[in-house]
Design a protein around this ligand. Structure first.
Ligand SMILES: Cc1ncc(C[n+]2csc(CCOP(=O)(O)OP(=O)(O)O)c2C)c(N)n1
Ligand SMILES: [Mg+2]
Length: 329
């Protein structure tokens, strides 16, 4: 597990941009704290998967993307959504099953998509986003667009057939996809140490004749730099694989007693929490002062409270709409 903190700061990472990145990481954490609270009160239907601890990976990658770049997400996608600029009021409404939600309250956490911002969607199927990303990248290539698709998936998904098929096709067709495996060390209770007989998952890239690289996914700057470089590579040459090493602080989903990992391990990773790491760096580099950072923390808190208020005032979906949006027109 890497612990170094990158200090290089490219010119486009202005004070305003970094303030926005810090805000988005905090929004993600605060959003999920609310979701956990509402779940414990029986107000979130189905299940949900929290990405607390993984915010630098999601937000750091998306900080390189513009509206016309696309992403495919996973079942653990709240950070991807926020990184890609989702409307948080509508996302909260979806989690609470309200009519103003992205799926009109009928989909929940694992079905949020926002095509207006290039978010092709969360996915309840492990590895399900990979072929979608390849198809979308083929469209970009055929239409001669100068954009890329970032395909997020987990360390569990890297052992699915869809990973191998998708990366192979993307490679032979030189499609503009950046595959980002968020290796949070576990697929449910299965440690990668037991599911894979290699230490560094990025070596898999060589089987497909594409570059692979492993990064510290808890270091915003390292993620940002790696994705920036990778984006340029992918636009010019075709796919690449990044392994973003990270950790989820909470259980796999909401019904997880956490029996497969030790308290010590969780504490070790909590010491690498990406949010205080980014704050310390911003302060040490004198990019943002402590009062400015405190103000961003308050803003994130207030915006999530406002999202809860918005969702609470949103109506329940009407029973008459139950068969709407089931089939495409
Ligand atoms: C095809 C498929 N197989 C199994 C499942 C059940 N399942 C849901 S999440 C998960 C683990 C996924 O692990 P990983 O890809 O590492 O993502 P993480 O949950 O760690 O973010 C499994 C096995 C599923 N949803 N889809
Ligand atoms: Mg995992």
């Amino acid at each position: 597990m890497a612990t170094k903190q990158q200090t290089k700061r490219p010119p486009e990472l202005t004070k305003e941009k970094l303030a926005d990145v810090y805000l988005k990481m905090l929004q993600t954490r605060n959003f999920e704290e609310k979701v956990a609270y509402f779940f414990s009160r029986g107000m979130v239907h189905g299940t949900t998967h929290l990405c607390a601890g993984q915010e630098a990976s999601a937000i750091g990658a998306c900080a390189n993307l513009d509206e016309n770049d696309l992403i495919t997400s996973t079942h653990r996608g709240h950070g991807h959504c926020i990184g890609k600029g989702i409307n948080i009021n509508r996302m909260m409404s979806e989690l609470l099953g309200k009519a103003d939600g992205y799926c009109k309250g009928k989909g929940g956490s694992m079905h949020i998509a926002d095509l207006t911002r290039g978010n092709l969607g969360a996915n309840g199927i492990v590895g399900g986003g990979l072929p979608i990303a390849v198809g979308a990248a083929m469209t970009l290539k055929l239409k001669k667009k100068n954009n890329i698709v970032v395909c997020f998936f987990g360390d569990g998904a890297i052992n699915e057939g869809s990973f191998h098929e998708s990366v192979n096709l993307a490679s032979i067709w030189k499609l503009p996809v950046l595959f980002i495996c968020e290796n949070n060390q576990y697929a449910m209770s299965m440690s990668t140490k037991r599911s894979v007989n290699i230490d560094d998952l990025s070596v898999r890239a060589s089987s497909y004749g594409i570059p692979g690289r492993t990064i510290d996914g808890n270091d915003f700057l390292e993620v940002y730099h790696a994705v920036k470089e990778a984006k340029e590579y992918v636009k010019a040459n075709g796919p690449m694989l990044l392994i973003s090493n990270t950790y989820r602080f909470k259980g796999h989903s909401k019904s997880d007693a956490n029996k497969y990992r030790t308290k010590e391990e969780i504490e070790e990773w909590k010491a690498l929490d990406p949010i205080p790491r980014l704050r310390s760096w911003l302060e040490a580099e004198k990019i943002l002062t402590a009062p400015e950072l405190d103000a961003i923390e308050k803003q994130a808190h207030d915006e999530i409270e406002a999202a809860v208020e918005y969702a609470s005032n949103s109506p329940d979906p009407s029973v008459d709409t139950i068969l709407e949006d089931v089939y495409a027109d």
